[in-house]
Write a protein that binds this ligand. Structure first.
Ligand SMILES: Cc1cc2nc3c(=O)[nH]c(=O)nc-3n(C[C@H](O)[C@H](O)[C@H](O)COP(=O)(O)OP(=O)(O)OC[C@H]3O[C@@H](n4cnc5c(N)ncnc54)[C@H](O)[C@@H]3O)c2cc1C
Ligand code: FES
Length: 328
């Protein structure tokens, strides 16, 4: 039996089928409830239930949703299955940029090592707006795969995606062997709530692999906004080719108050830190309490960094993450 979910105070409603969770149903109804990992880890979808009952799907992080939070009416929308009609108390939520399904034309595919940079031309007769840091889903042969938008604003009518090749991955194989310029593919978006905040002054951006994509969008937005807060960017990879846009880093150094460190976790090489991004941060920061931390890419890195950041006295509310969880 389906249950009704009402978002208060804006009175937006959608229905959730038995055995589905609130976040999935909201996204299917084109409502972009705040979220990131979709698997109970990051707490971006934390919300308060003012009326009704839910059952929590396991597993979820007991630090993202503590027993005390549950007792106070909080839940994780990505884990909560309604058992009755439910009202979510979400002051400030507006669904500003509603999720749309759009046909896009592949403008170009440029492969650099194991990363494909794809430009998708948006239809000129439909408006598409997003916040840098958000992602879209590519819909292909009945499956959906999520990719972060890599440009700070739409350029020449296109959004840019950075897609890493995973051997035998469903969409990776399609990108590498089937897609070509001028083909039409459908996207759904924008989605997610990963974005730049302006709370504490110093900005620490941490990414692995194509986790660089939403970071690039955020940095381009900072350039556009003349945002001169101090940024430290720590980018991790397994080989030199994983730092697939080196020339952009040079441009940023001339435009921003930015320190960049590339971390190579394989062979030691001059100019690269030898180790994981978390090793570098452990060695170089004694306290993160004056920082906002943004982490994107590998879920294991994000989990390790979240723990490290807490040890370095970062208040959890200033840790923002975009976890590239694999589709089930
Ligand atoms: C919010 C969000 C944003 C993201 N943004 C990006 C981005 O900007 N760039 C990016 O590159 N990725 C991003 N991702 C990850 C992306 O959505 C896909 O998960 C990724 O591209 C893999 O998709 P795929 O279809 O190629 O692989 P899948 O088919 O989903 O397979 C994933 C992995 O499992 C392996 N596998 C597949 N089948 C089997 C099997 N039968 N047995 C064992 N192993 C198997 C594959 O080799 C592959 O390594 C994001 C994810 C999320 C949630
Ligand atoms: S915990 Fe729900 S989206 Fe991350």
């Amino acid at each position: 039996m389906a249950h009704k979910v009402v978002i208060s105070p804006i009175n937006m409603e959608f229905s959730v089928e038995e055995d589905n969770n609130i976040l999935n149903a909201a996204l299917a109804a084109n409502i972009n409830l705040p979220h990131s990992c979709k698997n109970g880890e990051c707490s971006s979808c934390l919300c308060k239930i003012s009326n009704g009952d839910v059952e929590l799907m396991q597993p979820y992080s007991k630090t993202s949703l503590t027993a005390e939070m549950i007792a106070n009416g909080y839940t994780l929308a990505c884990r909560a299955m309604p058992k009755t009609d439910v009202t979510l108390d979400m002051p400030g939520f507006s669904n500003n940029f509603p999720i749309k399904m759009l046909p896009t034309k592949i403008e170009s595919i440029h492969k650099i090592g194991t990363v494909a940079i794809i430009k998708l031309k948006l239809p000129s007769n439909q408006e598409f707006q997003y916040v840098p840091g958000q992602y879209i889903d590519i819909m292909y042969e009945g499956k959906a795969r999520s990719y972060s938008i890599a440009n700070g604003k739409i350029k020449d009518g296109c959004i840019e995606l950075h897609i890493r090749y995973h051997a035998e991955g469903f969409f990776s194989e399609i990108v590498w062997h089937k897609l070509a310029a001028n083909q039409i593919i459908r996207i759904k978006g924008p989605m997610g709530s990963f974005k730049l905040h302006n709370c504490l002054g110093k900005v620490l951006l941490v990414c692995t692999g194509t986790g660089f994509a939403p970071i690039k969008a955020i940095v381009e937005k900072m350039i556009e906004d003349n945002d001169h807060r101090h940024i430290t960017l720590v980018w991790g990879g397994a080989s030199v080719e994983d730092f697939y846009l080196p020339e952009i880093l040079l441009t940023w150094q001339s435009k921003l108050n930015i320190t960049i460190q590339l971390c190579l976790d394989s062979t030691p090489l001059p100019n690269y830190y030898n180790g994981f991004v978390t090793d570098f941060i452990k060695e170089n920061f004694i306290n993160l309490s004056a920082h906002e931390v943004y982490a994107c890419g590998n879920p294991a890195m994000i989990e390790a960094l979240s723990k490290l950041a807490s040890m370095l006295e970062l208040d959890k509310q200033y840790f923002y993450s975009d976890s590239f969880t694999l589709s089930s």
